[in-house]
Design a protein around this ligand. Structure first.
Ligand code: UD1
Length: 422
C-alpha cells in the first residue's frame, strides 16, 4: 500500500533572502471562468501553478472550450467551441470556486447546472446570496438536490442588495450581469483586490463595469466581449504568508512582485508587534529579529484584517510573549489549526469564535494534519518556528493555493521536504 503523503519541516532556521510572489489564486479562480464570457480567444497570464487552477482548466475543457495551458505561465482560451451548460460533480468538488460557473454559464448561454462546490471546510458556506443575486437580475435560480441551477430567457439586470459582504456572490453576479440586457447595480459589494482585478479583466474585453473596489458596483450589460491578454494581480495571501513566515523565524526576507498597499492591514499588525516592515514600489522587506509584542486581531472584510491570514498569524502569535486575542468574524470553523498547534506545546483557549493565545517560549515538532488550505499554511509557520521535526499530513490542501511553496521556502533557507510516510 502506498504511504501517506507528508511535508517534513525541521524548524529553527531564520528565513533570509529574496522571493517572488505568484499570481493571485482568488483572482485566477474568477478570471478563468470569466474567459468563457468572451466571444473571441483570450489569454490570461501570471496564473499560479496550483491545483485550483488545474481544476478550472479541466472544467473549461469539459465545457468544450479549446484550451492551451502552460502551467505557471499562461492560459489561452478559445471559448467559441464551448457548448456545455453543466459542470460534472467530479470537477465541481475539486474547488470552491467551481460555483463561479453558475454566473458565467448563466451569462453566456442562459442556463447553468453546477453541483454544490467542494473546497475548504471552514464551517457552513451558504449560497443564498448568490441565488438571490441571480434572481434579482432576471433569472430563476435554486439549489435542488445538491445542484445549483440558474436559467433565464431574458437576463434583464437589476438591483442586487446583499445582506452581508460576500466575495463569492459579488463575483458570481458580476459574471452573470456582464452580458445582461440592462444595468445591474450591486449594493454592499465586496471590495477585495480580486474584485477590482476581475472588473479590470472584464473591462479589458469591452465590458462596462464601474465602481469595483467600492461597495456599489454598476454593470451595464454589453452584447459581446472581444479578445484580450491580461495578467492577474499578485497573490495577497501568499505575500502575507511569506511576510508572517519571515517574522515568525526572526528572518529578513524581501518579497518581490507584490502590491504593498494590499497588505496594509497585515503590515500594521506586524509593526504593532515590533516587526520591521518596509514597503517599496512592488516589494516588501520584513525583518523579524528582536522581541515581539502580543496583539489582538479581528478578521474583517477588505480592507480589514483578512480571515485568510488569521490562521498563519495566529500560528505566529503562539510564540509571542503575552496574551494575544484573535477574533474570527467571517467563518465559523477557522481555528482547527490551533488544535493541531496545541500538540506542539502551544497554549491556546478557544471560545466560539475567539482564541486566547498565551505565548510560549518554544514549540516542539510534532505530527500534524492540515484541515484546509490556510490551516496548512499555519502549520508550516508553526513548523518553521519549532524545535525538531514537524510532519504535516494532507499537504494536498496547501497545493490548492500555494505555488511551489516548498521550493520558495527552501530558497530562503528553510529545511522542508515531502515524502510518503511508511
Ligand atoms: C472568499 C475567498 C476566501 C476568503 C473569503 C473571505 C475566493 C475564491 N475565496 O471566499 O479565500 O476567505 O472570501 O474573505 O475569493 N455567505 C452567506 N451566504 C452566501 C455567501 C456568503 O451567508 O450566499 C457568508 C459566508 O458564510 C461567510 C461570509 O458570507 O460567513 C463571507 O463569505 P464570502 O465572502 O462569500 O467567502 P467566499 O467567497 O467563499
Amino acid at each position: 500500500m502506498a504511504g501517506k503523503e507528508r511535508m517534513l519541516i525541521t524548524g529553527g532556521n531564520p528565513l533570509e533572502g529574496e522571493v517572488q510572489v505568484s499570481g493571485g489564486k482568488n483572482t485566477a479562480v474568477a478570471v478563468i471562468p470569466a474567459s468563457l464570457l468572451c466571444d473571441e480567444p483570450c489569454t490570461i497570464e501570471n496564473l499560479p501553478d496550483i491545483e485550483d487552477v488545474h481544476a478550472l482548466v479541466d472544467i473549461l475543457k469539459e465545457l468544450g472550450a479549446k484550451v492551451e495551458y502552460e502551467p505557471g505561465h499562461l492560459l489561452r482560451v478559445d471559448p467559441r467551441t464551448a457548448q456545455g451548460d453543466t459542470v460534472s460533480y467530479r470537477n465541481a468538488q475539486r474547488l470552491r470556486a467551481s460555483y463561479y460557473l453558475l454566473g458565467t454559464l448563466l451569462g453566456r448561454c442562459g442556463r447553468a447546472n453546477v453541483p454544490t462546490p467542494g473546497g475548504c471546510d471552514i464551517g457552513s458556506r451558504p449560497v443564498d446570496q448568490h441565488l438571490k443575486g441571480m434572481r434579482a437580475i432576471g433569472a430563476d435560480a435554486e439549489e435542488r438536490r445538491g445542484i445549483l441551477r440558474a436559467s433565464s430567457e431574458n437576463l434583464t439586470g437589476g438591483d442586487v442588495f446583499f445582506d452581508m459582504v460576500t466575495v463569492g456572490a459579488t463575483v458570481n453576479v458580476m459574471l452573470a450581469a456582464v452580458k445582461a440586457k440592462g444595468t445591474t447595480t450591486i449594493y454592499n459589494a465586496a471590495k477585495e483586490p480580486h474584485i477590482v482585478d476581475l472588473a479590470n479583466f472584464l473591462n479589458s474585453m469591452g465590458a462596462r463595469v464601474k465602481g469595483a473596489g467600492t461597495d456599489i458596483i454598476r454593470i451595464r450589460g454589453v452584447q459581446s466581449l472581444h479578445g484580450t491578454t491580461y495578467a492577474v494581480i499578485p497573490d495577497q495571501i501568499e505575500t502575507g504568508t511569506l511576510m508572517i513566515a519571515a517574522a515568525a523565524t526572526c528572518g529578513d526576507v524581501t518579497i518581490h512582485g507584490c502590491i504593498p498597499t494590499h497588505m496594509d492591514a497585515l503590515t500594521a499588525k506586524l509593526l504593532e508587534m515590533g516587526v520591521r516592515v518596509n514597503d517599496y514600489d512592488d516589494a516588501i522587506r520584513v525583518r523579524g529579529a528582536g522581541p515581539k509584542r502580543a496583539i489582538n486581531i479581528k478578521t474583517q472584510v477588505y480592507p480589514g484584517f483578512p480571515t485568510d491570514l488569521q490562521q498563519p498569524m495566529s500560528a505566529l502569535l503562539t510564540t509571542v510573549k503575552g496574551t494575544s486575542i484573535v477574533q474570527e468574524t467571517i467563518f465559523e470553523q477557522r481555528f482547527r489549526h490551533l488544535d493541531e498547534i496545541r500538540r506542539m506545546g502551544a497554549q491556546i483557549r478557544v471560545m466560539e469564535r475567539t482564541a486566547i493565545i498565551e505565548g510560549v517560549t518554544e514549540l516542539y515538532g510534532a505530527p500534524l494534519t492540515a484541515t484546509d488550505l490556510r490551516a496548512g499554511a499555519a502549520l508550516i509557520i508553526a513548523g518553521l518556528m519549532a524545535r525538531g521535526v514537524t510532519e504535516i499530513y494532507e499537504p494536498g490542501y496547501i497545493d490548492r493555493g500555494y505555488e511551489h511553496i516548498e521550493d520558495k521556502l527552501r530558497s530562503l533557507g528553510a529545511e522542508i521536504s515531502r515524502d510518503l510516510a511508511e
